[in-house]
Design a protein around this ligand. Structure first.
Ligand SMILES: [Fe+2]
Length: 508
């Protein structure tokens, strides 16, 4: 498979999967206890969402942000920690509806970039802007959606010329050694942003042959600043290695089982570890309907040499679905260890349609597991903690053995969203929680090292959460060494932002 074939096939596959097909409900794809049958009509979805929003503040998490963006000076509560300063960027789908038409999947909305500029004094500045992709600009001008989307059912007025025609740049960000900032999706190119104004700076072309190729939303940096990433489309997997400033150094194509989404991966000091979930790409209206549960298929683990990008080892794990990993490391004998958030329910992608029609996504009972892959390929698992997502570590430990792992967590029985940040001690066992309490929907939190600190947990947990009683979003700081003591400081906006996915922090 050469690069040109990959590009041609990936564009054709995405276009076919998102083209408007006869509207029909995706009955039969939901697991017991899951959301009701997805509504295929975008106007019906919009009506159902608005009816629920009127009586359920949790739906604020999926309300669209103003298309003109926001700029505010957040109000400080508590005492801002000395030394915590820099840019906290966040990305997630922020525009779920236009002109009475609502997308069919949480992953479809246009990317809304948040920039929290944090100052030593606690005098922060906040702005949020939609990424000005050609798609966003065209639809802004028209006042309605014009293109197909992964959730299906959308009226299609304009054709796609490739994946970037519908690139919403809505999942994560990548910060570069030269100060550059990219917004990331996983179906097409990365997107350049101005780190101060957040202005759209064009799609990133890694090479002439790779123009428009999928570049996933979870690149990983090695200790030397080099960047690894993957791009997947059906049976094709591209591996990329970039310089610290984002210049392509190497790429290699592989053929894999067509799982649909390959969202994240693990980087060790020697390897790139790709985990293929128990799903298979089938037929359906829109890309996400095509990602079908395959609970009889084991999770496949593919280990590649991180310099040559060649396959070196395979392993299998029990069936399930996996989005995210915190960290991985490799021991002298070649044993690889990594954590992953695993759900035995292989229907997770379908479940994340629910809030588009005013329903809470069902709890998929995801838990964090520590995986060991022996040099022979033999795999074993141990359980770390239940009811978690969005794992992260002290970035100084990346690709080295980490003792601590932090994740958004449901810390109380019956919680219907994350209400805490879990701190897991991998070496000694045990979990402690930085708790939000009732009435909060907590999001991903990052570990920010304290300048000059050396202990692995010497730093802060920084993240956003939606406060339901006041209908406002806040950024909260916890002491990572003492999470049980509760928040150190909080920055309040005067409005609720839609829930987002991933953050990056740039000190300074
Ligand atoms: Fe992610």
């Amino acid at each position: 498979m050469n690069r040109r074939d990959f590009l041609a096939r990936s564009s054709a596959a995405l276009a076919a999967s998102t083209a408007a097909l006869p509207a029909r409900a995706q009955a039969g794809t939901a697991a017991p206890g899951a959301a009701s049958v997805p509504l295929s009509n975008p106007a019906e979805r919009d009506a159902a969402f608005r009816a629920r929003l009127a009586r359920d503040r949790r739906m604020l998490g999926w309300r669209s942000a103003p298309t003109g963006g926001l700029a505010q000076q957040p109000r400080l509560e508590g005492r801002w920690p000395r030394g915590l300063k820099g840019s906290f960027y966040r990305n997630g789908p922020g525009l779920h509806d236009r002109a009475g038409q609502r997308y069919g999947h949480w992953f479809d909305g246009d990317g809304l970039i948040q920039h929290w500029k944090l100052d030593d004094s606690g005098a922060a500045r906040f702005q949020a802007r939609f990424v000005g992709t050609p798609k966003f600009q065209a639809e802004q001008e028209a006042g309605r959606f014009l293109y197909p989307a992964g959730g299906g059912g959308m009226p299609t007025e304009r054709a796609m010329s490739g994946p970037d025609t519908i690139n919403p740049a809505n999942t994560n960000l990548l910060t570069l050694a030269d100060g550059g900032l990219w917004a990331l999706w996983e179906g097409g190119s990365a997107t350049r942003l101005d780190p101060a104004s957040l202005d759209f700076g064009g799609f990133v072309t890694l090479s002439r042959e790779l123009r428009g190729a999928p570049f996933s939303a979870h690149p990983r940096k090695g200790a030397d600043g080099r960047i690894w990433n993957l791009g997947s489309m059906g049976p094709l997997l591209a591996l990329y290695r970039l310089s610290p400033t984002g210049v392509l150094e190497a790429s290699r194509m592989h053929t894999i089982a067509p799982t649909g989404m390959v969202h994240d991966f693990i980087l060790t000091s020697r390897s790139v570890v790709v985990v293929l979930p128990s799903t298979r790409l089938g037929n359906g209206d829109g890309f996400f309907a095509r990602v079908r549960p395959a609970p009889a298929e084991p999770i496949q683990v593919l280990v590649f040499d991180r310099e040559t990008l060649a396959l070196s080892r395979r392993a299998e794990l029990p069936a399930g679905y996996v989005f995210h990993f915190g960290n991985g490391w490799e021991e002298a004998d070649g044993t690889i260890r990594f954590d992953m958030v695993h759900s035995a329910n292989t229907d997770q992608v379908q479940h994340l349609r629910a809030p588009m029609q005013g329903e809470m996504p069902p709890d998929d009972a995801a838990r964090s597991l520590l995986v060991t892959i022996a040099p022979s390929g033999a795999a074993s698992l141990s359980r770390l903690v239940a009811a978690v997502e969005f794992p992260t570590i002290n970035p100084r430990r990346t690709t080295a053995r980490n003792r601590y792992l932090y994740m958004a967590a449901r810390s109380t029985a019956g919680a219907d969203w994350f209400d805490a940040v879990a701190k897991v001690d991998i070496e000694r066992g045990g979990v402690t929680y930085a708790r939000y309490g009732r009435g909060w929907m907590a999001e991903e939190h990052l570990f920010v090292p304290r300048p000059g600190g050396t202990a692995e947990d010497d730093g802060w947990l920084v993240g956003t959460a939606l406060h339901l009683p006041s209908a406002r979003t806040a950024l909260t700081v916890f002491d990572a060494a003492r999470p049980v003591e509760g928040p150190l400081a909080r920055l309040w906006l005067d409005t609720a932002l839609p829930l987002a996915f991933h953050s990056q922090f740039v000190p300074g």
